[in-house]
Design a protein around this ligand. Sequence first.
Ligand code: NAP
Length: 260
Amino acid sequence: MPANQLAVVTGASTGIGLELARCCAQAGFNLVIAADEPEIERVAVDLRRLGSSVEPVQADLATTEGVDKLCAAVGDRPIDALLANAGVGLGKAFLDQDFARIKHLVDTNITGTLYLIHRAGNAMLRRNSGRILITGSIAGFTPGSFQAVYNASKAFLDSFSFALREELRDSGVTVTCLMPGATETEFFRRADMMDTKVGTEPKDSAYDVAKAGFDAMLRGESDIVTGMKNKIQTTIANVTPNEMLAKQHRKMAEPGTAKS
Ligand SMILES: NC(=O)c1ccc[n+]([C@@H]2O[C@H](COP(=O)([O-])OP(=O)(O)OC[C@H]3O[C@@H](n4cnc5c(N)ncnc54)[C@H](OP(=O)(O)O)[C@@H]3O)[C@@H](O)[C@H]2O)c1
C-alpha cells in the first residue's frame, strides 16, 4: 500500500530512526531523511539499495531554520507519513549539566519536533490524509533522576501525542506514539551515560523497536510500548508514586551505577 508514498523520517542517520527509515524503504515508501551531521548522506546511499528514492537533508532540527530547511526540501509534495524521531538524551544530575546542552535537548526533543509536526500536520489535515509517528519513550512514565530533563521531554511528547490524536480523531490523520525502552543505539554514549547501569546493560534491538513502531503507525494505533519487560514496567509505573519511581530511577541512571 505505501508504494510510491512519501515518508519523512527525522534522526534517520543512526539507531531507531535509521531502522524506521529502513522499514519505510522496505515497504516501498520514498523517503526524505534528516539528521544534523553529514553521515545522513551516506545513509541515503545505503537505503537507496532497497529500491526507493531517498533524499538526505542535513539540518539542525533544534532550530526553526533547520525545520524550515527540511520542509523546503519536501516542497509541495504531500507527506504520507511523518516519523518525528530525532532526539537526544542527557545524563548526570540536573545542576551538574551544562545549560547549553539542557536547552539543546529541549529545542530538539520538544520545540523542533512540535514545529515540524505543526507544519506537516496542517498540510496533512488539509488533504485529510496522513500518518504521524512520534518517538516518545517509556521514560515518559518515570521522573528520571539523573536524566531529569530527558524524561520530562519524553513525558511531554507521550502526552502531546495522545492529545493530538484525539484532536484529529474525526480526520484522516492518525497519530501514533512509539514508546521504546532502553534500546541499543548511540543514545547513551551521546548522553554521557556510559558510567551508568542503564547505559551499559543489554538493550532491545533498534530494528525490532522500529518495526513495532512502524507497524503500529500503519495500523493507525494510538501507541506502542515495545517488549514484554517494558509493558510490565509501564503498567507498574502507572500505579507507583512518583517519589518512589524517581528513587528507583537513580539506581540505573546515577553516574557510577555501571557494573565494573
Ligand atoms: N535508545 C533508547 O534507549 C531510546 C529509548 C526510548 C526512546 N528513544 C528515542 O529514540 C529517538 C532516537 O534515538 P536513538 O536511541 O536512535 O539515538 P541515536 O542513535 O543517538 O539517534 C539520534 C538521531 O537523532 C538525530 N538528531 C539528534 N539531534 C538532532 C538535531 N538537533 N537535528 C537533527 N537530527 C538530530 C541524530 O542525528 P545526528 O547524529 O546527525 O545528530 C540521530 O540520527 C530519540 O527521540 C530518543 O529519545 C531512545
